[in-house]
Design a protein around this ligand. Structure first.
Ligand code: FE2
Ligand code: FE2
Length: 173
């Protein structure tokens, strides 16, 4: 687990991560409209959560006159490509992608909650308030077949590793 350096870094990496999540879900919805219509509604609900999460961190960054992550555009493009190409692999790959990303995010948020402790009440509250949504995204994705079994374990590992790398990068940018 990478070291958390400051509250500012927590805000920045979460803000960037939510931007990435929005783009993953948008790309998955785009493909699902054509190929897997039954996925559109749950993915649209998750997208709405991610948009609210993004706004929450965006507002705190603005209130504190803090810049956003330099790699924000990379998160957006990377997220969109990840969502798009995994969706082309099939419906199960959509849920493996979602479960792997959200599982990494949930571990990351738990680590942040420990760090924030009594350091920053406002940011602690913001992080705590998105946790139940992220946990529900992971649970839904797992229930739909997003589990790391068989060949999908390779996909899971790749996506989990890429998410860890993106978190590490934005923690340092
Ligand atoms: Fe989120
Ligand atoms: Fe999420």
């Amino acid at each position: 687990m990478s070291e958390i350096r400051s509250v500012e870094h927590v805000l920045r990496v979460n803000h960037a991560g939510e931007r990435g999540a929005i783009c993953i879900y948008k790309a998955q919805i785009f493909v699902s409209r054509l190929l897997y219509p039954s996925c559109v509604l749950p993915l649209t609900n998750m997208l709405a959560h991610e948009q609210a999460h993004f706004r929450a961190f965006d507002e705190i960054l603005a209130e504190r006159s803090l810049r956003h992550c330099h790699a924000l555009m990379a998160w957006a493009i990377g997220g969109w490509l990840l969502g798009f190409f995994t969706a082309l692999l099939g419906q199960r790959a959509i849920w493996v992608c979602t479960a792997a990303v959200e599982s990494r995010v949930n571990a990351h948020l738990e680590h942040q909650v420990e760090f924030l402790g009594e350091r920053d009440e406002q940011v602690l509250f913001a992080v705590q308030s998105i946790r139940s949504d992220e946990a529900s995204h992971e649970a839904h994705a797992r229930a739909q077949g997003g589990t790391p079994t068989g060949l999908y374990a390779l996909l899971w590992r790749g996506i989990y590793g890429a998410t860890s790398f993106a978190i590490w990068l934005s923690t340092n940018l």
